[in-house]
Design a protein around this ligand. Structure first.
Ligand code: AMP
Length: 192
């Protein structure tokens, strides 16, 4: 991978707006939108070996294994060719994945320039997931699974905030605003 690349991680609870902001950022900054959730959904749709493994995990609202996720991501990136960089939406999602992306006990590091943490209030999370369920009909957006995904987020993903804060890469954005205002705040932070 080129050292010139600018790779941005979008971090936040389910429903925080990562998937909404990513395409807008892709268009503005010319970065490639990478969603490991979308990759898993494609694997499931094509009934590939990864998809068969991931289906029940995702339907329970749990996280797929770190090595499976990072290997799938790297295999995808290796076929992409040169680009300015990536918007990483939904990865890393555990400290182990962050370590692997930093090249710790893993031979395919992915450099990260900045981490945009879209912060929303805890009581907003389930509300937003259920609203999305009505709009998109995702099988992992049911009330029970949404509850589990939220619990997994706080247990496994939330610690990444401190991890990237310590690396000086974290930018916190208030996600309790309109889509356009959240986008404007992210752009301002990245431009500066
Ligand atoms: P998302 O579309 O990002 O909400 O992801 C949907 C589901 O895919 C998650 O609830 C996980 O089960 C799985 N998934 C997506 N990204 C990851 C990841 N980085 N690590 C582990 N599991 C993931």
């Amino acid at each position: 991978m080129s050292t010139q690349q600018c790779n941005i991680v979008l971090l936040g609870a389910p429903g925080s707006g990562k998937g909404t902001q990513a395409p807008k950022l892709m268009e503005k900054f010319g970065l490639y939108h990478i969603s490991t959730g979308d990759m898993f959904r494609k694997e499931i749709a094509s009934q590939s070996p990864i998809g068969l493994k991931a289906k029940s995990i995702i339907e329970r609202g749990e996280l797929c294994p770190d090595d499976v996720t990072l290997d799938m991501l790297n295999s995808f990136l290796s076929k992409l060719g040169e680009c300015k960089g990536y918007i990483l939406d939904g990865v890393p999602r555990t400290l182990e994945q962050a370590h692997m992306m930093d090249g710790i006990n893993y031979d395919k590091p992915i450099s990260i320039s900045k981490v945009i943490y879209i912060k929303i209030e805890e009581e907003e999370i389930i509300k937003r997931i259920l609203k999305r369920a009505a709009e998109l009909g995702r099988t992992d957006d049911t009330p029970e699974v949404a509850k589990n995904r939220t619990a997994q987020y706080f247990k496994l993903t939330h610690p990444l905030i401190e991890y990237y804060q310590k690396q000086g890469k974290l930018i916190e954005i208030n996600g309790m605003q309109t889509i356009d205002k959240v986008f404007a705040d992210i752009c301002k932070a990245l431009d500066s």
